[in-house]
Ligand binder design. Structure first.
Ligand code: 13P
Length: 280
């Protein structure tokens, strides 16, 4: 069933687990993730970032994401990730996305506050939620930029939250998008300072390559939404490659099945680590 992100995250906050927010690119990935969600009785968020729309047009994949969430027996939110333009954010809301992120992390602080607040007001008109970001998560969602990590300042996070009242807040604690070149050294000390200052659930971007122990520590210290993109795409690719190597692809629909299996495997692995199985 299609639900609001805040519904999923407030339960996660109370019961101390995290909900996986999985990036999708096509129908096979959506099906694989929702199969894992159903198998484990877990909630989930399906998301797509604005930079990916050149591959997966919003007016095609958006309605498919919403329809897939509605058809799932588990609670599933549909989220617009790293929204950059009001135009696309509005289109996602019109399609029925139940939450949107405005990524103003690279804007001057006051501008990030005012633009995020504007998007939060827009989202409210659609009864949708809004996520904001403060600090710089490294890399970029589609790998096109190499942004350096700039950890969130707890004082700025507090001020940003008071000014915007976002429903979820993404923080930078040494995390980065894409595959890490070196194991990340997450700043749990900073996370520990931010959590008591913000009543909204905190979000960890750049989930790919973070160890199970670090994920569990993040959840313990206040992260309740974890974004996973690259790990899904890598798992799909690997599943397809293995299927070709083992000569089990004898036509298009075997390829389709291998893609679904890759997305399923990755979602199953993360659902187990995030502690959200049985919480749907
Ligand atoms: P990864 O590609 O590192 O999993 O990051 C995903 C993400 O944060 C999407 O917003």
């Amino acid at each position: 069933m299609l639900v609001k992100m805040s519904e999923l995250l407030s339960k996660a906050q109370k019961e101390k687990y995290a909900v996986g927010s999985f990036s999708v690119a096509n129908m096979e990935i959506i099906i694989g993730i929702l199969n894992a969600v159903e198998k484990t009785g877990s909630p989930a968020i399906l998301q797509i970032a604005e930079v990916r729309l050149n591959h997966s047009p919003l007016d095609i994949i958006g309605p498919m994401m919403v329809a897939a969430a509605k058809s799932s027996p588990m609670p599933v939110a549909v989220h617009f990730d790293h929204g950059k333009t009001e135009e696309k954010i509005k289109s996602a809301l019109e399609i029925g996305f139940t939450s949107v992120m405005f990524d103003g992390s690279h804007l001057p602080f006051d501008e990030n506050c005012s633009q995020t607040k504007k998007i939060k007001t827009l989202a409210e008109k659609y009864s949708a939620c809004c996520e904001g970001e403060i600090g710089w998560v490294g890399g970029s969602e589609d790998g096109s930029e190499d942004i350096a990590v700039n950890c969130t300042s707890p004082a700025q996070a507090k001020e940003f939250f008071e000014k915007t009242r976002v429903d979820a807040l993404a923080v930078a604690i040494g995390n980065a998008h894409g595959n890490y070149k070196h194991a990340p050294n997450l700043r749990f000390d900073i996370l520990n300072q931010i959590t008591p200052l913000i009543s909204a659930p905190l979000v960890l971007h750049g989930g790919t390559g973070i160890s199970p122990d670090d994920f569990r520590k993040c959840i313990k210290y206040g992260i309740h939404k974890i974004n996973i993109a690259t790990a899904t795409f890598d798992s799909v690719e690997q599943s397809v490659r293995q299927a070709y190597q083992s000569k089990s692809i004898n036509g298009y629909y075997d390829l389709h099945t291998a893609e679904i299996q890759g997305a399923y495997n990755n979602a199953m692995r993360h659902i187990e680590i995030f502690g959200c199985a049985g919480k749907g």
